[in-house]
Structure formats: structure tokens, C-alpha cells
Design a protein around this ligand. Structure first.
Ligand code: TMP
Ligand code: ASP
Length: 242
């Protein structure tokens, strides 16, 4: 694999954990995965050496899996250790959270013990806006403010549920419980596509037997061994020893 030379590309956007670059094609971007880890809306920040490589590989693996199952995504291919080629997207300003087990902010908000199983998956929407701390938004607010149409929301809900069932079923074969995760969507030539990443930064993964956390909660909660947890996820998914 020839590594991409980012110096030759125009930086379009820099996020907390990734950068997006323009390419020679108006239809494609390069997404570059950094080692930065943040939590609590950027209040907590650290560098976890090698995290970008692990997340790039893990997210590429999940997007390949979803593409093969017919989920419409922005993913074209992984270019090298830190870079992916993706279709350009106008990102909808929404964070779409799917939960199978009570954990994190939802367990706290409702006073429900973390680990409590749910009668059915829960879907939550947040308005993607760092300055406001990504506040909750319901469907009526989302369509009234023009962040997405009802048709787009219906598409998002259907894709989010399909992603949940594909990932839950697959991860169970690797002895991983998919507790919850966050998705983002965008439009490419008017078509609704799944974008962003799917990685231990954006999901909660628990070892099905021991309950060990194999995701960014190790960073958020100062549990240590963050890199080892991400390496373990890559190994369980692909057999690759990082
Ligand atoms: P939460 O319990 O903190 O609301 O998180 C729910 C899921 O969403 C969890 O898997 C982590 C993911 N997530 C992100 O990817 N980005 C974020 O900014 C937040 C708050 C959560
Ligand atoms: N990535 C988010 C931030 O930096 C939060 C999180 O994932 O917990 O705020």
C-alpha cells in the first residue's frame, strides 16, 4: 500500500479525532484518523499513541461488513494505516444513538443501573453542535428546524436499526456485547448515506463473558489499558495483532 501524502491535499475540516481532506475528485474525500482522544465535549484531552491506526482499521472493517450487507455508506476503501477514501457527504447535524443496554449518560439520567437490559433498542437524536454540548432533539424539532426531513429521518431510523442488528449479531460471534453506539449520516448527490466512523471511540463494547470494557470508557473513566482494549477489538474482529 502506498501511503497517502496529505501535504498535497487541501484540509477541509479538522475534528477532535479526524481530519477531512479534499482529493482530486469532487466526489471523494480522504478521512485521516488522529491519535487524539477527547471526552466531555473536549474538556478532557490526551494522545493515545496508535489509536488512529487502530480506529481506522476497526472502522474500515465495520463499514466493509455493513456495505456487504447492503447498508448505504460513504466508505470506498481504506488507503493505508491512517487514511480512508470516502464519498463526499453533506453531514446532517445529528448524532444518532442506538442503545441495547442501559449505560453511560442514559443510565445516569434515568437512575437506571448500568448493565440493565432493555425491552427493545432505544433510539436517541442529538443536535450536533459542540458549543451547545450536543443537546437532545426530538423528531418534531429536527424537522421543524430543518436539520432533516421526515423522509430522511425515516431512512435514518431504518438504517440505524439494520446496523444495530448486523453489528449485534456479528459481534456476538466474537464474544462482544454491543451496548450502544453513535452514528452520523449525510447526503451524497441527494442520497442518504451512513458516514463518520464506527469504532471503540463511538461504541460501547463489553466482553460478553467478563464484562470488561473494550472501548473509550477506559479513557473517559480513567480505567487504564486503553490501547490494549482497542488492540483486542481489532484482534477479535480481524485476527490482526497490532
Ligand atoms: P452516552 O452514554 O455518553 O450518551 O454515549 C452513548 C454512545 O454514543 C456511546 O457508545 C458513545 C457514543 N458517543 C459518541 O460517539 N460521541 C459522543 O460525543 C458521545 C457523547 C457519545
Ligand atoms: N468525543 C466526545 C468529546 O470529545 C465525547 C465522548 O465521546 O464522550 O466530547
Amino acid at each position: 500500500m502506498v501511503a497517502i501524502n496529505l501535504d498535497k491535499l487541501e484540509l477541509l475540516y479538522e475534528g477532535k479525532a479526524k481530519e477531512v481532506y479534499k482529493t482530486g475528485s469532487s466526489a471523494a474525500y480522504i478521512v485521516h484518523y488522529k491519535d487524539d482522544a477527547t471526552a466531555f465535549n473536549g474538556e478532557k484531552h490526551d494522545i493515545i499513541f496508535g489509536k488512529g491506526v487502530l480506529n481506522n482499521k476497526i472502522s474500515s472493517f465495520f463499514f466493509e461488513l455493513l456495505k456487504n450487507e447492503g447498508v448505504p455508506t460513504h466508505f470506498i476503501r481504506r488507503e493505508d494505516d491512517r487514511n480512508q477514501l470516502v464519498l463526499t457527504l453533506d453531514i446532517l447535524p445529528l448524532e444518532v444513538i442506538v442503545r441495547n443496554i442501559a449505560a453511560g449518560s442514559m443510565a445516569k439520567r434515568f437512575g437506571i443501573e448500568e448493565g440493565t437490559s432493555l425491552k427493545h433498542p432505544i433510539l436517541e437524536f442529538c443536535y450536533k453542535n459542540d458549543a451547545l454540548g450536543d443537546p437532545f432533539a426530538n423528531e418534531s424539532q429536527i424537522t421543524a428546524f430543518g436539520w432533516a426531513t421526515q423522509e430522511q429521518l425515516d431512512g435514518i431510523k431504518a438504517i440505524a436499526m439494520k446496523v444495530n442488528s448486523i453489528l449485534t449479531t456479528f459481534l456476538a460471534t466474537k464474544n462482544i456485547t454491543l451496548v450502544d453506539f453513535k452514528l452520523e449520516f449525510g447526503l451524497h448527490d441527494g442520497a442518504l448515506l451512513l458516514g463518520d466512523e464506527i469504532s471503540p471511540d463511538t461504541c460501547r463494547f463489553w466482553d460478553s463473558k467478563t464484562g470488561e470494557k473494550l472501548d473509550k470508557d477506559r479513557f473517559r473513566r480513567d480505567l487504564g489499558n486503553i490501547e490494549d482494549a482497542y488492540k483486542e477489538m481489532l484482534f477479535r474482529l480481524t485476527g490482526e495483532k497490532a
